[in-house]
Write a protein that binds this ligand. Structure first.
Ligand SMILES: [Zn+2]
Ligand SMILES: [Zn+2]
Ligand SMILES: [Zn+2]
Length: 254
């Protein structure tokens, strides 16, 4: 199921975008519980079709059993994710950035692909936008502070193009969802009803926005039995303000 389609705009110094990237989010769900892992089959299908596949070791000990991989074909990239024992595989895919007028290279990150919060100063480029990373700009030597330490790196993000969510508390709304702050434990969640499958709950969550109005978020999920029902849980970090977001739903047993 195509859960969401959207675009990321790419800008330089001016607020007007100079380029666009298209993205999609696909969810594939299986109703059995506990569900056998499917991400291996999905990744194998990409590999068979000639995509370059890379599997990632999970670095989050609080989500045992989740799996991640990326599949790449030319400039087209897909992130494959499966939560623990969940029978829900998500595919987030994106095209390269297309520029209608300019001839520019690919930025290291756009809002949806940044593994963190996009740098406000350089919009993910990682370089000073006054001199576009060159030691000498259009009007001579650029006065960016980074220029003294190396040609034109962005000072705010040290050339990385992104900040870790912890590093940008000033971007967060004072009250996150449910009054949560971004540090430490995930926010407390109200368990909701109204869905009959993990995929259906995910489709709902993917349409919701953060209190900062941003919807982009890498959702991780888990599904576990709780008495005579299932608990479907989603959590992630807002791509806009870095606050932690979480939702939970009760589902009937299949
Ligand atoms: Zn920056
Ligand atoms: Zn500069
Ligand atoms: Zn936010």
């Amino acid at each position: 199921m195509v859960v969401r389609e959207w675009t990321d705009s790419v800008r330089l110094r001016d607020p007007a975008p100079v380029g666009l990237r298209s993205l999609f989010l696909i969810g594939m769900g299986w109703d059995a519980h506990p569900s056998p892992s499917k991400s291996g089959e999905v990744v194998a299908a990409f590999a068979e079709a000639g995509w370059a596949v890379r599997r990632h070791a999970s670095d989050h000990s609080d989500h045992d059993g989740e799996s991640r991989a990326t599949a790449r074909h030319e400039d087209f990239e897909v992130r494959v994710y499966e939560g623990s024992g969940s029978g829900l595989v998500t595919l987030t895919g994106w095209t390269p950035v297309v520029y209608p007028e300019h001839r520019l290279g690919q930025p290291p990150f756009t809002l949806s692909t940044a593994d963190g919060v996009l740098c406000d100063a350089c919009h993910g480029w990682g370089v000073c936008l006054d001199c576009e990373g060159r030691p000498y700009g259009r009007y001579g030597r650029c006065w960016c502070a980074a220029n003294n330490a190396g040609p034109g790196r962005c000072v705010e993000c040290a050339g990385r193009g992104v900040h870790s969510p912890r590093a940008v508390p000033w971007k967060r709304p004072r009250q996150g969802p449910h009054g949560a702050d971004a540090e430490g434990a995930p926010p407390p969640v109200t368990v909701e009803a109204g869905h009959d499958s993990h995929l259906s709950a995910f489709t709902d969550v993917a349409q919701r926005t953060c209190s900062c109005a941003e919807f982009r978020c890498f959702w991780r999920n888990s599904l576990r039995g709780e008495g005579d029902r299932l608990l479907s849980r989603f959590d992630g970090t807002c791509q806009g303000c870095g606050v932690r977001r979480a939702y939970a739903f009760t589902l009937p047993l299949p």
